[in-house]
Design a protein around this ligand. Structure first.
Ligand SMILES: [Cu+2]
Length: 178
C-alpha cells in the first residue's frame, strides 16, 4: 500500500517536470533554455541541426553530455572549426560546457545539436520533444519546433544581411558524413 503511494508520488513528480525548459533532476531547476529550433529536412535528407540557448543559473559549472530525439537514430553536440580556411563540423566528445551563471548559444554557423539517422522528413510546424542530459544528472525536456532554415534565429533579431551567411552554413551542414 505504501509502495503504491510512493509510486504515485513519483509519477506526479515526473509529470510536474514535463513543461519545456524545466530541469527535472532533484534539487535542480538551475538550467533554462530557449525553445529549440530544428531545421526542416527535405525528403531523403537524414541529418539536420538544432539550435537553442542554454543558461546555467547555478554557481556550479554544468555540462551538456547527452541529447536524445525521438525522430533521430543518433543525436550529437557539434561545433564548427576552421580547418585551413574550410569550416568543418566536429563532435564535442566531452560534451558542451555551460559555466556557472553563463549562457551558451547554439546557432547556425557554430555550435549546434546534430540529429542523424532521420527516417521521415521534418516539416515546418512540427513539434518534437528533445531530451537534454547534463553531467550533474539534470534532465531537461525541451520543446523543439521544426522551422524553415530562413526562419531559424529570427526571434533573435537577425537582419537580412545575415541570411546569406546562414544559407552558406546550412549547405556545409548538409555535407555531414559520419
Ligand atoms: Cu553537425
Amino acid at each position: 500500500m505504501y509502495r503504491l503511494f510512493a509510486q504515485k508520488l513519483m509519477m506526479v513528480a515526473f509529470l510536474l517536470c514535463l513543461p519545456a525548459g524545466m530541469a527535472c533532476a532533484a534539487g535542480s531547476g538551475h538550467i533554462e533554455t530557449t525553445i529549440l529550433e530544428i531545421r526542416a529536412t527535405p525528403p531523403g535528407m537524414t541529418a539536420t541541426g538544432g539550435y537553442l540557448s542554454i543558461t546555467n543559473h547555478s554557481d556550479k559549472d554544468e555540462r551538456l553530455i547527452f541529447v536524445r530525439a525521438p525522430f533521430a537514430a543518433k543525436s550529437e553536440i557539434h561545433t564548427m572549426i576552421n580547418d585551413d580556411g574550410v569550416m568543418k563540423m566536429r563532435k564535442l566528445t566531452d560534451g558542451l560546457s555551460v559555466g556557472a551563471g553563463e549562457t551558451v548559444a547554439l546557432a547556425p554557423g557554430g555550435l549546434h545539436l546534430m540529429f542523424m539517422g532521420i527516417t521521415a522528413p521534418l516539416t515546418p510546424g512540427q513539434m518534437h520533444n528533445v531530451t537534454l542530459e547534463f553531467a550533474s544528472g539534470a534532465i531537461l525536456r525541451v520543446m523543439g519546433a521544426v522551422k524553415k532554415p530562413a526562419d531559424i534565429g529570427g526571434a533573435a533579431g537577425q537582419t537580412h544581411d545575415h541570411k546569406h551567411d546562414h544559407k552558406h552554413d546550412h549547405k556545409k551542414d548538409h555535407k555531414h558524413h559520419d
